[in-house]
Write a protein of this length. Sequence first.
Length: 208
Amino acid sequence: MIADTHGNILEPAFVWSCFRVCSRSRNRFARVSPRSRGYGTLRRLQENDKENSDNFFFRFSNAKEVVTSEDERRRLWAEILSMEKYLDRLVQLERFAEAAEVRDEIRGLRNRDLWAILDAELKCAVREERYLDAARIRDELKLVPPPPGVDAESASTDELPPINPSPASECVSEGIRVAAQSFLLEEESSPPDNTFVFGYKVRKQDTP
């Protein structure tokens, strides 16, 4: 049984995955640069290849926020699920500025889970047609337990800020009434990629 510095029991698959990556890359890194949210980037320099590649083990070995125990992961994914529900409601109500902030919070939460980061890296590698990297990440992902099941009660949105539908924006300035209404462009948006494109209808009218 292995525990981290906080006394949390580590999943065997998590430990084995980190061990494999550390052993494979211990002689291949050159320099480290800081990264947001406490993570770093392990850059490997190779002959005839000027591109740097990320190594997930360095990020996790350096980040205190990454959760490892089953209980911590269950609480984390319950929070992620509730925030995703909250995001959907904000988008439906066209509260786009708030939706963008919640989207960023969700990304930060997902960056605390090993499986979520590897899953994101795998999708990125496939999208960029880096198939060798994709195969490596796929094998590493198999060693990490998927997100624990979260029931509906654990993912409640009751503690999140209330959302009250608001009418279209309207104001009067210098004798001119301006009303604006936004709408989602579904064909140009891609919800799985957190990409939302919106259009606006604006009406101006002289006031008496």
